[in-house]
Design a binder for this molecule. Structure first.
Ligand code: NAP
Length: 294
């Protein structure tokens, strides 16, 4: 374990996020080497104590741990694939956003070059980096994560999800799906209520209680999904589908957008047509688990 602030770290990519990452390492006292394609973006960090490496190859030689955070995986490969770059012996932590296949492929690529590799996802905005609020997900060999966790801790709340390098990307998009679904449901309700003069601020606390209440159902529903058995303990899908029809009718009657309610009901209708009407809501996992019609 290299749990001392003297452990050197390299940050490659100094966009909005890369600068925040480098600054968090500097604040924690780590000797921090930085590199960016547009070299001027390193100037402020150098003033704050960072060392600017002239090349990616030089940046990688600066220490045992290198964080990469650029626009996309194409840029990652363009940088690390350069002929003079020798990643062997370095642990690369790639915090660039991408999909699970890119993460697994990059892990193979790094392994073939003798580098250790962790893939990661940042669930935070740059100003939160360096605080506990910044959740940073990692996947790949646990031993590599544990070896560098004391250094990575400077970035926020760092978590290891498992050995499969694709997990960080998958958790990342799962979180986005949750975020947008909750927000869209709230916006649907807000649009409905505004037709009766109820403003968003009035509805928000009510919506928040509903979201928190529904969140309480997840562990029990998850057990049904994992067991593949969906007894209708509190409601069945047929009953839910009638309420969905009501949501569509009300939306159309008061002149607000009914696309989201129609999508929700279309999935329930398919599940009912497949014979699941008497089962409980999470049986819809079977609709979510296969490609749609688009
Ligand atoms: P950004 O400000 O647009 O910076 C992009 C960085 O990528 C710059 O350092 C840029 O270099 C570099 N880059 C792009 N293409 C390159 C190439 N072909 N070769 C070398 N360098 C290249 O983006 P960002 O906000 O820092 O985001 C970086 C990553 O963090 C993205 O994957 C993003 O999805 C993820 N992320 C960002 C946020 C956020 O709120 N900003 C939150 C979570 C995750 P130049 O300076 O030379 O152009």
């Amino acid at each position: 374990m290299n749990d001392n602030p003297d452990t050197p770290v390299t940050v490659i990519g100094l966009g909005r996020m890369g600068q925040a990452l480098a600054r968090a390492f500097l604040k924690a006292g780590h000797p921090t080497t930085v590199w960016n394609r547009t070299a001027s973006k390193a100037e402020q960090l150098v003033a704050e104590g960072a060392r600017r490496a002239p090349t990616v190859a030089d940046a990688l030689r600066a220490g045992p741990l290198a964080i990469v955070c650029v626009t996309d995986y194409r840029a990652v490969h363009a940088l690390l694939g350069a002929s003079d770059v020798e990643p062997a012996g370095t642990t690369l932590v790639n915090l660039t956003s991408g999909d699970s296949a890119q993460a697994r492929e990059t892990a193979r690529w790094a392994g073939q070059r003798g580098a250790r590799y962790l893939d990661g996802a940042i669930m935070a905005v740059p100003p939160a980096v360096g605080t506990a609020e910044a959740v940073i997900l990692h996947s790949g060999p646990r031993s590599d994560f544990e070896a560098h966790k004391p250094t990575l801790d400077a970035l926020g709340t760092v978590t290891h999800l498992g050995a499969d390098h694709g997990l960080a990307s998958l958790y990342d998009v799962a979180g986005l799906a949750m975020m947008w679904s909750v927000l869209n449901a709230w916006l649907q309700g807000t649009a409905l209520l505004r037709t009766a003069g109820v403003d968003a601020v009035t509805y928000a606390p009510f919506a928040r209680r509903i979201a928190a209440g529904v969140a309480e159902w997840l562990p029990g529903y998850a057990e049904q999904i994992d067991s593949g058995s969906f007894p209708a303990e509190v409601s069945d899908l047929e009953t839910d589908a009638r309420a969905m029809a009501h949501l569509i009718e009300e939306s159309e009657a008061v002149g607000v957008n009914a696309e989201l309610p129609k999508l929700i009901k279309a999935m329930a209708d398919r599940s009912i047509a497949a014979g699941h009407g008497a089962e409980q809501y999470p049986v819809l996992i079977e609709e979510f688990a296969r490609p749609g019609d688009d």
